[in-house]
Design a protein around this ligand. Structure first.
Ligand code: UDP
Length: 380
């Protein structure tokens, strides 16, 4: 296939990401599969990215993840600086057939502003759009820009202007799903795991409280704001509280973290993360937001760990209740469900991931969407 795609993962983290990294994980998973299908990939990210690509464009020497903690207008400023570099490059050359952009509303608006002379753009939505109307409200997505969601439920909640430009959804995937059905089973521990950013939407406060009430061991893994390790957060002192996720952690989660039954281990990465996930009796997602894509949900399945969750956002699309996990609309019921999760078959989870959530499945689907976007852009 002769297709050159400019993949814009944005200014935040290198690709692949060092630990936590939603968009960057998606790009790191997708790009190698696209290249296997013959797509030429030009990656626009940061200088520290190490993902093998055909060509790289970087505006910042390092990831600007720390800027994500700033007020929104400053965040936009960083996105804009990155995007003007990318757009300058697009104006300079004519070999880009399509831009696949991941930089929220700022990216969408900038790409739309390039007008009819720019290459067609597929913008992947990564957020819970109803919860962040400021990111997308009143946005005219532009004639050469199309969007896709990471789940049907996310798209259904998106503003009309975006749905009018939608070409469908593509579920997230994980390299862990490859050959998941052939991987030897991992011995299960007795603990539950919540893997994700510590944030009110992810509901670690609820999970930790239920763990203490019901007496099940719970491991919380993930960053608190920009702090990846408990000792870094402790060393940051009171200033760290300016960050809303840090305040959430101290006020709502930490009172339930006793270091024995409920532990916060900070960000986990690589083999440590996979072992922790594979060894958990179940992964818990006590969500309070409409989870848009749920990478950690898919990773859990791939490693043979059933999912216990509130039935919010994409969870009912990813999890079959009673087979690969247990879902409820009553958050107080989660405590009972985790007790029943041990009855679910890890092999069913792994088979599901190996069928539905492999990188090859995701790449194939994106190639179809690229084709659709290009056809629509070619129409007068
Ligand atoms: N993650 C990780 N280490 C952590 C916490 C999270 O590697 O300590 C990864 C997780 O495995 C997943 C991603 O970060 O790949 C989070 O993506 P997800 O879609 O679950 O949540 P988001 O943060 O994008 O809402």
């Amino acid at each position: 296939m002769s297709l050159t795609v400019l993949m814009n993962s944005g200014p935040w983290l290198s690709v692949p990401p060092p630990g936590y990294g939603g968009i960057e994980n998606v790009v790191a998973t997708l790009v190698p599969e696209l290249r296997k299908l013959g797509v030429r990939v030009v990656l626009a990210s940061v200088e520290t990215s190490t993902l093998p690509v055909d060509e790289k464009i970087s505006v910042f020497p390092d990831g600007q993840f720390h800027a994500l903690q700033r007020p929104y207008n400053q965040v936009c400023g960083v996105s804009q600086a990155h995007l003007s570099g990318v757009v300058r490059e697009l104006h300079r050359r004519d070999d880009i057939d399509l831009v696949h952009d991941h930089v929220e509303a700022v990216g969408l608006a900038t790409m739309a502003a390039m007008g009819p002379d720019g290459p067609p753009v597929l913008h992947t939505l990564h957020w819970d759009l109803a919860k962040h109307p400021e990111l997308y409200g009143n946005l005219d997505a532009g004639e050469r820009v199309r969007v896709n969601g990471v789940s049907a439920s996310q798209l259904a909640r998106a503003p009309q202007a975006l749905r009018d430009h939608s070409v469908g959804h593509v579920h997230l995937s994980t390299p862990l799903a490859v050959d998941a059905d052939r991987r030897p089973a991992t011995e299960k521990g007795d603990y539950l795991l919540i893997l994700g950013r510590i944030n009110p939407g992810k509901g670690q406060d609820l999970g930790a409280r239920l763990a203490q009430q019901a007496g099940f061991p719970l491991v919380l893994a993930g960053p608190v704001g920009p702090y990846h390790r408990p000792e870094d957060l402790a060393a940051a002192g009171d200033e760290a509280r300016q960050n809303p996720d840090v305040r959430f952690f101290y006020d709502q989660v930490a009172p339930h973290v006793d270091g024995e039954l409920v532990r916060w281990v900070g960000t986990v990465a690589g083999q440590e993360r996979d072992d922790l996930l594979a060894g958990a009796r179940a992964s818990l997602f006590p969500l309070r937001w409409e989870e848009p894509g749920g990478t950690a949900v898919v990773e859990s399945l791939a490693l043979g760990t059933p999912v216990v969750a509130t039935a919010r956002g994409c969870l009912p699309e990813l999890i079959e209740h009673g087979r690969t996990g247990l879902l409820t609309t009553d958050e107080e019921e989660l405590g009972d469900l985790v007790m029943a999760a041990g009855l679910l078959d890890p092999d069913e989870c792994r088979r599901e991931a190996a069928t539905r959530f492999t990188p090859a499945v995701m790449a194939q689907r994106y190639v179809e969407l690229y084709e659709r976007v290009r056809q629509q852009a070619a129409r007068p």
